[in-house]
Design a protein around this ligand. Sequence first.
Ligand SMILES: Nc1ncnc2c1ncn2[C@@H]1O[C@H](COP(=O)(O)OP(=O)(O)OP(=O)(O)O)[C@@H](O)[C@H]1O
Ligand SMILES: [Mg+2]
Length: 368
Amino acid sequence: MVVSLVEADRIRSLTGVRLALDPGLTVIVGPNGAGKTNLVESVYFGMTSRSFRTSDRRDLIPFGSSFARCRVTVSGGSVDHVFMASASRAEGNRFVMDGARIDQAEAMSHRPMVTVFSPDRLELVKGPPAGRRAHIDSFVAARWPGRASLRSAFGRILAQRNALISRIAAGNGDSSQLSTWDSQFSEAGANLSLAREEAVAELDERWVEAAEDLGLEGPKKLTYRPGSSTSSEEIREGLQEKLQNDLRLGRTSWGPHHDEIRLEMDGRQLRRFGSQGQQRMGLLALLFAERTALLETGRSAPLMLLDDVMSELDEHRRERLVDRLLEGGQSIITAAEGELIPDRPGIRRVSISELTDQETAPSASEAT
Ligand SMILES: Nc1ncnc2c1ncn2[C@@H]1O[C@H](COP(=O)(O)OP(=O)(O)OP(=O)(O)O)[C@@H](O)[C@H]1O
Ligand SMILES: [Mg+2]
């Protein structure tokens, strides 16, 4: 599966932008403030109905407008699918595929995984574990489509158990319901933990290899640190042991919602001790490790969105990066200066001004 068309109807500074994409590497070039990050954000928004820059999707609504909307066409599966995400002040968010509403898990099974490198995205390495859990779960969905709904299924059960726990703690909950939720929780929790453990096991060596290739020196390791267990019996036992504590806290303190995925260098967490450059390499290497794993297991490669990656890298690393990207899979790089992108056959270069000027094109042809 590849993304064949992006239509950013209205996203931030972009109106009526239409970009047909190649299956390989596309470079978007343009000066600061021209809308390159907005374009990459549009692609991500169209595929996921989320932004990697903000948790408030209303930020994407163009100033003075009432809604934001982007459409993305995915080809190469059994049929083409058109995803459309929108955000509106009056009507909230909508996410549809071929005109029908869908949830994240369904979307993931009909589109390639989408991964992002951007200065904001470093949060994935530096920030709290929740971001890494969500990221690994999207890899799980791309790697094993049958497991795409494990995350949302577990999330629902966790919310229900937490609600029950806080009702019981407040004295108006039915504690006989706990046992049902505990068995569902331990079942769903173990499935999710096991998937994460297997995902990290597949990625570890590939991450080390990619990180070395990109020049991140020293011994490295990607590890899964479960917040509970991969065994449903053990999760269930833990829930019972910790019940009093949970009632005091008013929430569930044991389970895969406390999992951590650690990126380590020289035995230390990149998150806490890595330099900016090392964290950047660590993140890029993770995205490449995922891509290699998906390609080698016959899955669709992720669409890689690399915003402003070149300005951060020296010449040798820029060459290694582009060569890796050209090895296979679909990717979009943005750059303020086209010269920063090494010259290689197979790269399609697009100037952002070609796209942002399109807005006048349809009306001109309509007039004739
Ligand atoms: N909601 C919005 N509505 C309209 N314009 C917006 C909105 N949000 C941001 N912008 C504008 O979008 C422009 C920035 O676009 P973008 O971040 O895509 O630039 P860029 O090409 O990535 O620049 P750089 O090379 O500096 O990263 C700014 O002029 C900003 O004011
Ligand atoms: Mg930018």
